[in-house]
Design a protein around this ligand. Structure first.
Ligand code: ZN
Length: 681
């Protein structure tokens, strides 16, 4: 395949080829969709598109907004998926970027209508638009926006999204529209998996969602855990609704996923509070947002206002200002991960970005670092990719110190000095020394981490001390630690030593999917570990299983099966298992944990409920949270991750605010819960 040679391209060669392919595909796309006169056969288009995607993945710095792979426009629609004509065009909304412009839009609207309308404000979800057609309540077609007039048929893929009902609660015929998105948790997990496999991570959840929805193989889409919010229909009369806010309520009655954070505004001035609320909560939402959509709530008024050629007059998108900061890079650090991947990270002067202090940003891999050409002393712009991950945007060359030099790529492991290797087909550098201390440190840290064995108090610093003193050497040896040994470490006293030993002992009782994940086998994430153990029941049984047996488990692919078989064949792994068993570590799966999804936003969080809940019974909320892996406790402390405050919340709310603990209203919880239920199968 063409991909093989990408590794040998220089950045300049790649840039030239990317530009050529972008131009070519745009021309093909226009001919195909707008002129309905294809210039080339489908497979030629597909091959060029695949080549462009591969190049852009390897050289993400050359991905432009108007690339056919990025752009929601004619050229994005690729051959391979069937075309769908939208009888009512899928218009995109007009954008404004300031409150002044929003005020001007209101002035025009009031003037056109001759009266002051009320508005419905909705969060603008960072995903991609989709149209769903239901006939007599049955989902018959799903399509992307495409160029607004013609989109792609993605029915097979949308059928794999659990939150989108195949059958509505009422046998009606209607076309509805909404946004398909990738929840932040799924995005983080997907990118981790990609980095593990040596693939370039997706830039943001929107790109990841678009790429996932437009897979030619629906099974691939299913794995990506997409979710949706439905927010529009041109046929509100079918629903008997005359307000946008009622349309949303009717959608919910029909079983369609809706986002319940919308708010009816009597006039535009009321938007200040809505904006303030969701600007502050943006980081905590389980999905990415990039602004707020304001719609005239009265649907008769909506019809009166109508559309311009390009955009509706009855709605406007207020885009959050780009959250960007500039700071100075002080060092580039190379860290060795538990799989041996050696990754550069920029250490920068601390800077406040979208609500959190940021001082580190991953530079992913040597290619990425070289293309961005980040140097020590450089002033760089920072933003949060997809609302979550700090990322360096660009180097401000005008501020570059005269003596700055390109950062050298190491040839040996910074931890053990072993020669680094570039594994074929991967973008990362790896240390393949099995006794590399940095890898051992990372393996142990992973083993003790919250989603693995969850050993409270056994963090990286303690592990590092234990390794230095030769008290531990691998994960099994953690279970041989004595209180006397722990007391010999810095800062440990009677009580803290007792606590650590107790936490280690308690972890022996964990259900075995935690151990399997904790072993840090390549490609075996927390969720996969759970899926496997639900079938295999015990680690020894899994260790004896063939790749065929493992692949037979629904949701487990060949690569994972091969990685497991290879792992358990190693003499070291056999010895480790025997030692863990001897130490009394539970190797069996306990089925009562079966439903807990470790990707859940609530997983492992300590949550307190207070005040009066209006929409749902408290025991049901507690049960739901527990089932999603949260620990619900009665009092607020520094260990509390989240307070859900109903009506008339009192001292607990005050204490949480004092401690700076995240506080949610019941409505926030309801929307997060809805998003979560969509995201999981
Ligand atoms: Zn090493």
């Amino acid at each position: 395949m063409a991909n093989a040679s990408i590794n040998h391209l220089s950045a300049q060669e790649a840039q030239v080829e990317i530009q050529q392919l972008q131009d070519q595909l745009t021309t093909y796309g226009i001919a195909y969709y707008e002129k309905d006169a294809p210039l080339v056969e489908d497979h030629v288009y597909d091959a060029a598109y695949a080549r462009l995607q591969a190049l852009e993945q390897a050289f993400p710095q050359f991905v432009t907004q108007d690339s056919p792979t990025q752009n929601v426009g004619a050229a994005q629609t690729k051959a391979g998926l069937a075309k769908v004509v939208h009888p009512v065009p899928m218009l995109s909304l007009g954008d404004v970027f300031s409150l002044e412009e929003l005020g001007e839009w209101e002035d025009r609207t009031v003037k056109a209508l001759g009266f002051q309308p009320e508005y419905n404000a909705e969060l603008k979800i960072d995903g991609l638009a989709v149209s769903l057609k239901y006939e007599n309540g049955r989902l018959v077609q799903a399509s992307t926006r495409g160029n607004g007039l013609i989109g792609e048929d993605v029915t097979a893929n949308v059928l794999t999204i659990d939150s989108i009902p195949k059958q509505l609660q009422e046998p009606i015929t209607i076309e509805v529209r909404g946004e398909i998105y990738m929840p932040k948790a799924s995005f983080v997990a997907l990118n981790e998996e990609r980095e593990n496999k040596g693939l370039q991570p997706f830039a943001n959840p929107r790109n990841a969602a678009a790429g996932s929805l437009r897979q030619l193989d629906a099974n691939e889409t299913k794995k990506r855990q997409l979710a949706a919010f439905i927010y529009y229909t041109a046929e509100a009369d079918v629903l008997g609704a005359d307000k946008q806010s009622d349309v949303l309520l009717r959608f919910a009655e029909l079983g369609l996923p809706t986002n319940t954070t919308n708010r009816v505004l009597p006039k535009m001035a009321a938007i200040d509070d809505y904006l303030a609320t969701y600007t502050a909560k943006r980081d905590e939402l389980p999905y990415g947002i990039d602004g707020v959509v304001v719609k005239v709530n009265d649907l008769d008024a909506e019809v009166d206002l109508g559309n311009t050629v390009k955009v509706p007059r009855w709605a406007i998108a207020y885009k959050f200002p780009p959250e960007e900061a500039t700071t100075v890079v002080r060092a580039i650090e190379w860290t060795v991960g538990r799989t041996g991947a050696v990754t550069p990270t920029a250490a920068m002067d601390p800077v406040l970005l979208a609500g959190t202090t940021v001082q580190r940003a991953s530079l992913h891999n040597p290619d990425y670092l070289q293309e961005k050409d980040v140097r020590v002393g450089d002033t760089v712009t920072l933003h949060k990719a997809g609302d979550i991950i700090p990322e360096i945007g660009q180097v401000l060359l005008a501020k570059r110190p005269a003596d700055a030099v390109p950062y050298p790529i190491p040839t040996t492991c910074p931890a053990c000095g072993a020669e680094l290797v570039h594994v074929e087909g991967e973008v990362v550098l790896r240390c393949i020394n099995p006794t590399c201390p940095a890898q051992i440190q990372e393996k142990l840290t992973h083993f003790a981490s919250r989603n693995a064995m969850n050993i409270d108090g056994l963090g990286p610093q303690i592990i590092s001390q234990l390794l230095e003193k030769g008290l531990i050497k691998d994960v099994a040896s953690i279970y041989w630690l004595t209180k006397a040994q722990v007391l010999g470490l810095e800062k440990f006293q009677e009580k803290s030593a007792n606590n650590l030993i107790a936490a280690i002992q308690a972890s022996k009782e964990n259900s075995a999917e935690r151990l399997l994940f904790g072993l840090g086998i390549r490609l075996v994430g927390a969720k996969v570990a759970q899926t496997i153990m639900a079938t295999m029941k015990t680690i020894p049984q899994l260790a004896q299983a063939s790749a065929e047996d493992i692949v037979a488990i629904d949701g487990v692919g060949q690569a994972i099966a091969d990685a497991l078989v290879a792992y358990f064949q190693k003499p070291d792994a056999k010895r480790l298992l025997a030692e863990l068993q001897q130490a009394g570590v539970n190797l069996a799966y306990q089925s009562q944990h079966a439903e807990v999804n470790p990707d859940s936003f609530f997983y492992g969080k300590t949550i307190v409920l207070t005040g009066k809940l209006e929409e749902q019974a408290r025991p049901a909320v507690v049960q739901w949270l527990t089932a999603h892996g949260a620990k619900v406790t009665g009092s607020v402390s520094k260990k509390t991750d989240l307070l859900i405050a109903g009506q008339d919340a009192g001292s607990k709310l005050a204490k949480a605010e004092d401690l700076g603990i995240t506080v949610w209203s019941e409505a926030d919880f309801t929307s997060a819960k809805a998003a979560e239920e969509q995201a999981t199968s």
